[in-house]
Design a protein around this ligand. Structure first.
Ligand code: NAD
Length: 274
């Protein structure tokens, strides 16, 4: 047909080539990654999406070998050949999973710092210090420094932190959880400012309510907690782990090559936790 406005074909072909490149940039070919909290929920869905995106090497980190073994049982032999696993408590600081990825594959391109715990619904007046400290040490401590230290040697890398919608607002009956997720967002923004000039992108994803074991404790005394969470979204439903994994793939991959310090909400259009 006729080209509008007398544009030359070459102008259009440049655009088409760029579109092709954009799609390819979601591929994790040749990349090595690690995911904490990889044995369940969002972390596990992310592992599957990364494997589907052809990742070369993937270290799955979670608390127990038993849980990791269960994941391996569900993988194909091709997927297993590209995976390794490590049982570690991300709050302890004793395990260097970044180094383990380097030992196995020689480099680390992507770190998804996703391990986290929730809590029962309790008012501030009833929340005990032990619960507060545990939530803070698991959710807010987890692994960024060790990943940054190995990535900085190659001046390249992408770190994605799983924060939460509840790190963007107050959340009655979940004070410790909300505080831990605000802390994580502060860490992500600060790390982006420090590390982007060194070649490392740092972004966070803020999921709304997602169907995983983490929200089992959030049903509330009347049992209607999940319904209230669903009602608080514009879509009137809870999300699925793969809906977050897709967003993590975007931020982790070269498709997000111009993103650092981004907080990506994936929350069904969350209005207010009520
Ligand atoms: P999940 O319970 O299904 O998965 C969390 C995983 O982290 C589990 O496999 C658990 O064993 C692991 N983990 C917990 N503490 C750990 C530790 N100290 N060391 C190593 N691994 C540990 O829950 P999920 O919903 O998939 O949670 C993943 C992340 O998403 C968490 O950071 C959570 O706060 C966040 N998030 C979840 C929701 C939601 O509605 N499910 C919403 C917003 C944010």
């Amino acid at each position: 047909g006729q080209l509008p406005n007398n544009h030359s074909c070459s102008e259009y072909s440049i655009t088409v080539d760029m579109a092709k490149q954009s799609l390819t940039s979601f591929s994790l070919n040749d990349k090595v990654g690690l995911i904490t909290g990889a044995a369940s929920g969002i972390g596990l869905a992310t592992a599957k999406v990364f494997l589907d995106a052809n990742i070369k090497g993937l270290l799955l980190v979670d608390q127990t070998q038993e849980a990791l073994d269960c994941v391996f049982q569900q993988l194909t032999s091709d997927e297993i050949s590209r995976c390794d696993c490590l049982a570690a408590d991300v709050s302890s600081g004793n395990s260097n999973y970044a180094e383990q990825a380097i030992k196995k594959w020689g480099h680390l391109d992507i770190a998804v710092l996703n391990a986290g715990i929730g809590s029962e619904l309790k008012s501030i007046l009833e929340t005990d210090v032990k619960t507060w400290d545990r939530i803070m040490e698991v959710n807010a401590r987890g692994g960024l420094q060790q990943c940054a230290r190995v990535m900085v040697k190659r001046n390249s890398g992408s770190i994605v932190i799983t924060a939460s919608q509840l790190g963007l607002q107050g959340s009655p009956l979940l004070s410790a959880y909300s505080a831990s997720k605000w802390a994580v967002r502060g860490l992500a923004l600060t790390a982006a400012e420090e590390l982007t000039p060194l070649g490392i992108r740092v972004n966070s994803v803020c999921p709304g309510p997602i169907v995983t074991p983490l929200i089992n404790d959030m049903k509330g005394e009347d049992g209607n907690g999940w319904q209230r969470m669903a009602d608080a979204t514009l879509m009137k439903r809870l999300g699925q782990p793969n809906e977050i994994a897709n967003a993590i793939l975007y931020l982790a991959s070269d498709a997000a090559s111009f993103c650092s310090g981004t907080t990506l909400k994936v929350d069904g259009g969350y209005a207010k936790f009520g």
